[in-house]
Design a protein. Structure first.
Length: 190
């Protein structure tokens, strides 16, 4: 009884997911065993201000440079505002690893992992999921972080890109991500 395009037939269609967790957001705190560097704090604050102004942001840096720590600081600020947060990654192994980091950083927040074969709980304060699972979350996330946008299977996958855009509340200037991903691909080929 549902209509699908041929590209989307592998997805079951959007489910209505209703928020069920009521965390004490004002007392949410970031609990890292280290401090952010002054540079990370400065970048985090700049990105947070841009997000508040309705602009999307892209962080491009080498592996191990502290990008996740910058996003964790931003997540902390969004949690305090009672916002719904998603962290999408193309690979399941990274989802599992990152969810553990989030659980350690936000001990009083509900961190949920959603990936193929692991989808019993679909809502939490922070939802760490594979990009394929974003189809479940139509206009759901106030903050959606996409990690490894240049990795398979997200890279060059028009269906996953559209699902990503549809899972964000409000507008998303799609040309920005398309241009960014194109530039990443050009760098990798160079």
């Amino acid at each position: 009884g549902k209509h699908y395009c041929r590209l989307c037939v592998q997805y079951e269609g959007f489910e209505e997911i209703r928020p069920i967790f009521k965390t004490d957001y004002e007392n949410t705190r970031l609990d890292l065993p280290y401090s952010l560097t002054e540079g990370q704090k400065r970048i985090s604050n700049k990105i947070f201000q841009s997000l508040l102004e309705g602009r999307n942001c892209f962080i491009s840096a080498v592996c191990g440079s502290g990008k996740t720590e910058i996003t964790v600081d931003i997540i902390s600020k969004y949690l305090k505002m009672g916002k719904k947060i998603g962290f999408a990654i193309p690979r399941r192994d990274v989802v599992i690893e990152l969810a553990e980091r989030m659980k350690n950083a936000f001990k009083n927040a509900t961190v949920v992992t959603v990936y193929g074969g692991h989808k019993n709980v679909l809502d939490g304060d922070i939802i760490v999921l594979t990009t394929h699972q974003l189809y479940r979350y139509n206009c759901f996330f106030d903050l959606l972080i996409l990690d490894e946008a240049d990795a398979f299977p997200f890279k060059d996958n028009e269906v996953l890109r559209n699902i990503f855009k549809n899972s964000i509340k409000g507008q998303f200037p799609g040309a920005e991500i398309e241009d960014y991903i194109h530039r990443l691909g050009a760098k990798a080929r160079a």
